[in-house]
Design a protein. Structure first.
Lengths: 211, 965, 65
């Protein structure tokens, strides 16, 4: 069974923020709530790389593990959804999430932060698919329409991909073979050693001072 | 915010912190800006949102049970030309979907493109006509607005002549709007009509047109996928043209192509480069010659190509000889060994392409910069080759089209110029008497004299009569679709604005012009809709024309450009002759009819085959076009290149497919092939200017040839191929002397048809000019900027002599020497340069009014190198003052401490306005139209300096001082 | 774009197909509205929504270019 995944190819990501505004546009996400955002490492230096981040729809989501009211649900295709009717805005999920995905309408030291909001993989929420209530609470349900998250569909350089994890892995492998080197992403050399094959001009190679 | 780590490693905790949004603390541009913002007026602050749900119970964008209509238009931001798919319900634009079929963007967008739906919600738009009375905005009706504006224009005309009015048009017009506006200025009787191309790529147009014939990108974004090496000079497509990076990165990956960025700033594009060359701002010619030095030294040039197709390369060799690696490094800062590597990458990975943008064009030597890079590509034999080319990324969505269709002080549509022959041609196209047009002008001399460019309009307002080569200084400005903060020397601009008796702003947003507090009366704002609220064609950078379909009706009381132009023409009394062959429905001229008139008259660029019917067919059948070649492989457009990139020769019925790659001799002219244009005569000092043994495939003349005229046709005996009807038209045009009727003036298009029939290109087959003898610098030479940070180089590389042009004085060398001899360098020790951000466009009023974009960049900032910041005691995110060397200018903004700029260089984005010397101007905007984000304009501190060929402004090099505020 | 037969309410596709050819007319496109629907059962809430439609296939293909 297909599992829904995001994959951001940092060789392609140019930090243009199309994914961020596509998300705002599709779901009318208000000012101050960022379901998706860009993270840049080594900003302004050789080796600069960006990736687009949102809820990663973990296989075993830690947000769900800590939620005191059990508002999370995971669909059969791996999308992590939650119920705003149940959410009490305690903020535990924010502390549990390794990606900082949960967002809250209020910033406060004490008391409720309001109903948590996050990326739904464009799959709405527990309300009936495509209903007005679903849209008002969670935004559009593209997945039910046979589409994918708009952030990935609109990505300027086809860096951000969304869909069946197996297909995305396959596409990424094709790209790596074509490039002749693995990910130039920070951390790659730590995990896989420094001796990437290929041209010395390859990003992350010695000519650019990255790697 | 991510913790700064030298190793680039990160930890889970670090990443999580970085994602915590406004809680973060860090160094990246956006992280810090996000923290610093949140003072945005007019926005429901986060805390004010209902706590229960993130959204009020307002209807979502798409409603069940209501019909959804899909409409196709084109993004209104940059020149890439991304298709926008709009879903409309009940006349409201409710959703944006990816347009997979578009061969250009293939469904993708950047931040701006993904947010265009907001334009038609328009919460910050101008909603009704406004008039400024004693510093207060009054709502008025359209009738009153047109009546009052028209009466004042007529009064000014009577008292001071038609040249006292400056007509500023827009690169955001459709082609039809641009053409109509140029026609409006002609019927009004002035050449004082200009648009944004002046300040983005006017020097490109002048530079490349003077080299090989036409002022446009030679290839296309898609074609870069065929390049084996790319070099980007003074351009940052990752922010300015993000979707182009799709093609560039694919090309890089597929071809394992060296991807070289030459720029003073380590841009987001440079982050993806295989080689980054940091140069001192304003030293592009030494870089081009430094590369050519290695190419000539090693014999890497394409000798046969040069022999056949290039004129004057020996004179270039002589100049290049001076630029040995040591001198190049002394002037530019780029090491010789690095330039050798770049030169070798370009020479040995062919075809290689050179891409440039405003880092090359916006200089006092802009035209010469462009020429130097063009000559580099000629030496490598890369022009007229798929995968090669001079890929010039134009700026706005229709800056190419607006330039092509004549929004320019020096030419009528299609680059016909302003000479009597050009006016006679257009009087035939418009079906009016030449004498009528002449009578509209102050004099025949003024009719044929270049007008005042937009970079200097305020100098023309402030000039004393006698300092200016027209009867009166400017008294009125009609400003359509143009920001007020985009031109250098804003302190002088403000003085000019104050003195104008009439200012009319026709725009979706009030623009900076409306918010200048010095002006208290005599300003009108006309709410103008965006291109999503009307229809018409626009030309992307690669010369493809795309037809945009109206998505929704103009919102609020706004009207489209066509209607406003018609209303003005009617009030001014010349609507009847001006719209003789254009249907006007109610008060709206029909864009299809306007395009048909353009098709009839714009022969010189081959804008004749792109009929509205063909363009609409292309939009409908986008899926049939190949995603790299852009050629339709099946369907009703089979054989055509997408958008019929000009030249698409002859009548639409001839079905010319358009020309994807200019000057490509490997193809037949009817297959999109071409040769360099014979535009500058056939011979100079006894040396032939025509191509030598090079010709496009299938040409019956297997050598160079001049442009086609009746005389040439007769000499070849091809005049027999003309039909009787074609001969009748030619005789009507030529009268007694039909020999002078040329392919450019023959409205029957018979001469073009016959030339094509014999496999020849109508504009002749010449050599490209490495030496352009008609330019101030026939061979490009390095000249230090006016405000040079290197006084020691000024005497060796001085600016051009002071001169007069465009009806005004141009100071250059005298000012440069004065600056170099003064102690200015000590007072202003840093180099100031400027550029773009991905979230905003141009002057930024429109994009800073869009909450989805504004949220991402909430503060104006200046990038300061970390070493400079430490020395000056400037902390990341802290307020600083940036001081400029003219008029005591200064601007207050935040500091972004970064390695992106080199030590000694300060960078500012130019999209901000609404603050002035530390004070907010928010209260000066008409109610509810102030953009969400305001900031100090970069041009508040920029300085004097103009290119001699086009009066392009110098925005990329001046001096400044930064101090903690 | 092709509309595939699927059990869920195809909000936009369904509405779009109904809208076809109805230009200008206040088309009688009254559907079972969102309001009228019953809440989803827990099983329905976690059902698979992803399908490899033409739309999705085209997205994958473009990512392979």
């Amino acid at each position: 069974m297909a599992r829904m995944k995001f994959l951001c190819d940092s060789e392609r990501c140019i930090e243009c923020n199309a994914c961020v505004t596509a998300c705002k546009n599709e779901h009318e996400v208000p000012w101050g709530i960022n379901r998706r955002r860009l993270v840049t490492l080594n900003d302004g230096k050789p080796g600069e790389r960006s990736i687009s981040m949102a809820c990663m729809h973990c296989n075993d989501p830690p947000c769900a593990a800590v939620c005191p009211v059990d508002c999370f649900l995971q669909t059969a295709d791996g999308v992590v959804l939650h119920s705003k009717d149940l959410c009490i805005g305690c903020g535990y999920c924010f502390y549990a999430c390794p990606f900082g995905a949960p967002q809250y309408p209020r910033t406060t030291d004490f008391g409720s932060r309001g109903k948590m909001d996050k990326c739904t993989f464009c799959a709405g929420g527990p309300e009936p698919d495509g209903s007005v209530e679903e849209y008002q609470k969670y935004g559009a349900n593209r997945l039910a329409e046979g589409k994918l998250p708009l952030c990935a569909e609109m990505c300027s350089t086809r860096a951000l991909m969304a869909g069946d994890g197996a297909v995305l892995a396959d596409i990424y492998q094709e790209r790596s073979l074509r490039r002749g080197y693995g990910s130039g992403a920070p951390g790659w050399s730590t995990a896989y050693g420094r001796n990437d094959r290929g041209s010395p001009f390859a990003p992350g190679g010695p000519a650019t001072g990255g790697g | 915010m991510l913790v700064k780590r030298s190793s680039g490693k990160t930890s889970r905790g670090g990443l999580a912190r970085s994602l915590a949004g406004s809680l973060d603390s860090g160094v990246s541009r956006r992280g810090f800006l996000r923290r610093s913002g949140l003072a945005a007026g007019g926005i429901a602050a986060v805390g004010a949102l209902p706590g229960a749900m993130i959204r009020k119970a307002e209807a979502g964008p798409v409603l069940p049970n209501v019909e959804v209509v899909t409409r196709k238009n084109v993004c209104t931001h940059c020149s890439v030309g991304c298709t926008v798919i709009a879903e409309v319900q009940n006349g409201v634009w409710v959703g944006q979907e990816p347009g997979w079929e578009s061969p250009i963007n293939q469904g993708t967008h950047c931040a701006k493109g993904a947010s265009v739906r907001e334009l038609t919600r328009g919460t910050r738009r101008v909603k009704y006509p406004l008039k400024l009375v004693d510093g207060a905005w009054q709502r008025i009706g359209w009738d009153q607005a047109i009546e009052e504006i028209g009466n004042q224009l007529l009064e000014i005309r009577k008292a001071s002549g038609p040249d006292a009015v400056f007509w500023l048009g827009s690169a955001k017009f459709s082609n039809e709007g641009a053409y109509l506006y140029r026609k409006l200025a002609a019927f009004w009787g002035t050449n004082n009509v200009d648009h944004q191309a002046r300040i983005c790529h006017s020097t490109t147009v002048a530079g490349v047109a003077n080299t090989w014939g036409y002022g446009a990108m030679t290839n296309s974004y898609n074609d870069i996928q065929n390049s084996k090496a790319l070099v980007i000079v003074g351009g940052n497509p990752a922010e300015a043209h993000p979707v182009s990076m799709q093609h560039m990165l694919r090309g890089k990956e597929h071809n394992r192509a060296p991807f070289i960025v030459i720029d003073p700033r380590f841009t987001r594009t440079a982050a993806h480069a295989t080689e980054y060359v940091r140069i001192r701002p304003g030293t592009d010619i030494p870089i081009a010659w430094g590369l050519l030095w290695h190419i000539f030294e090693n014999g890497w040039e394409d000798k046969e190509y040069i022999r056949q197709r290039v004129y004057g390369m020996d004179e270039i060799r002589a100049e290049v000889k001076k630029w040995n690696p040591d001198e190049v490094e002394r002037v530019t800062g780029a090491p010789g060994s690095q330039l050798r590597r770049v030169a070798e990458a370009l020479a040995k990975n062919k075809p290689s392409t050179v891409i440039w943008c405003m880092g090359v064009t916006q200089h006092t030597v802009g035209t010469a910069n462009v020429r130097a890079l063009s000559i580099l590509q000629l030496a490598l034999g890369n022009i007229g080759v798929a995968g090669g080319g001079a890929n010039i990324y134009r700026g706005h969505c229709n800056v190419q089209g607006a330039t092509d269709f004549g929004l320019d002080v020096s030419t009528l549509p299609a680059y016909y110029g302003l000479a009597e022959g050009a006016w006679k041609h257009f009087s035939r196209v418009w079906d009016v008497e030449y004498d009528y047009l002449k009578g509209r002008f102050g004099s025949k001399e003024l009719m044929e004299a270049k007008g005042i460019p937009t970079t200097r309009w305020f100098d023309a307002v402030l000039a004393q009569p006698g300092q200016i080569d027209q009867p009166s200084p400017l008294r009125a400005m009609m400003c359509f679709g143009h920001g007020g903060n985009t031109v250098t020397r804003m302190p002088d601009m403000v003085k000019g604005l104050e003195k104008l008796s009439l200012l009319v702003v026709a725009d979706p947003h009030p623009t900076t012009f409306a918010a200048i507090k010095e002006r208290r009366n005599g300003t009108y704002i006309l709410p103008t809709c965006t291109q999503f609220e009307t229809d018409g064609s626009r030309t992307c950078s690669n010369r493809s024309m795309q037809w945009g379909e109206k998505v929704v009706e103009p919102i609020f009381e706004s009207k489209d450009d066509y209607t406003i132009i018609y209303l003005l023409a009617r009030k001014l009394g010349f609507a009847e002759p001006m719209f003789k062959h254009i249907t006007v429905e109610d008060t709206r001229p029909v864009p299809e009819d306007i395009l048909r008139e353009m098709n009839r008259g714009c022969l010189a660029i081959g804008a004749t085959g792109q009929s509205p019917e063909r363009l609409k067919l292309h939009m409908k059948h986008q899926a049939d076009f190949d995603k790299i070649t852009m050629r339709a492989t099946s369907g009703p457009c089979a054989g055509d290149y997408y958008g019929l990139p000009w030249p698409s020769w002859g009548h639409p019925e001839l079905k010319h497919p358009g020309s994807a790659v200019l000057y490509d001799t490997s193809r037949h002219v009817m297959d999109g092939g071409g040769v360099f244009r014979a535009r500058f005569g056939v011979e100079r000092n006894g040396v032939s200017l025509l191509a030598d043994g090079s010709y496009s495939k299938g040409s019956e003349i297997e050598d160079g040839y001049p442009e086609f005229t009746m005389a040439v046709l007769r000499k070849l005996g091809w005049d027999k191929d003309l039909t009787a009807e074609e001969m009748r038209v030619i005789q009507a045009i030529g009268g007694k002397d039909i020999d002078t009727v040329s392919w450019q003036t023959d409205l029957s298009m018979g001469i073009i048809r016959v030339a094509l029939k014999h496999g020849c290109v109508p504009h002749g087959n010449a050599k490209a000019r490495a030496v352009a003898w008609n330019l101030p610098d026939p061979v490009p030479v390095h000249r230090e900027p006016i405000y040079s940070p290197r006084p020691d180089l000024v005497k060796a590389y001085p600016a051009i002599e002071d001169r007069r042009d465009f009806r005004l004085v141009q100071l250059a060398r005298s000012l440069q020497f004065r600056v170099a001899d003064s102690d200015l360098r000590q007072k202003f020790p840093m180099v100031l340069t400027s550029g773009r951000l991905v979230e905003y466009e141009g002057g930024g009023e429109e994009t800073r009014s869009n909450p989805w974009l504004a949220e991402l960049q909430q503060s104006m900032f200046a990038e300061v190198n970390s070493a400079d910041a430490e020395r000056l005691g400037i902390k990341d995110g802290a307020w600083v003052w940036v001081y400029g060397p003219e008029d005591g200018s200064k601007a207050k903004m935040r500091a972004l401490v970064t390695e992106r700029v080199g030590s000694g260089t300060v960078f500012m984005p130019f999209h901000f306005s609404g603050f002035w010397r530390g004070d907010s101007l928010r209260g000066n905007y008409p109610p509810d139209t102030d953009p969400i984000v305001l900031g100090e304009p970069a041009n508040g501190v920029t300085t004097y300096g103009y290119d001699p060929v086009t009066f392009m402004q110098e925005t990329k090099v001046t001096l400044c001082r930064v101090e903690p505020a | 774009m092709k509309t595939e037969p699927v059990p869920q309410l195809q909000r936009r596709d369904l509405l779009k197909s109904l809208g076809l050819g109805a230009a200008g007319a206040a088309a009688a496109t009254v559907l079972p509205g969102g309001e009228a629907q019953a809440a989803e059962s827990p099983q329905e809430q976690v059902k698979t929504r992803y399908r490899e439609t033409e739309h999705v296939k085209r997205f994958y293909a473009l990512n392979r270019l």
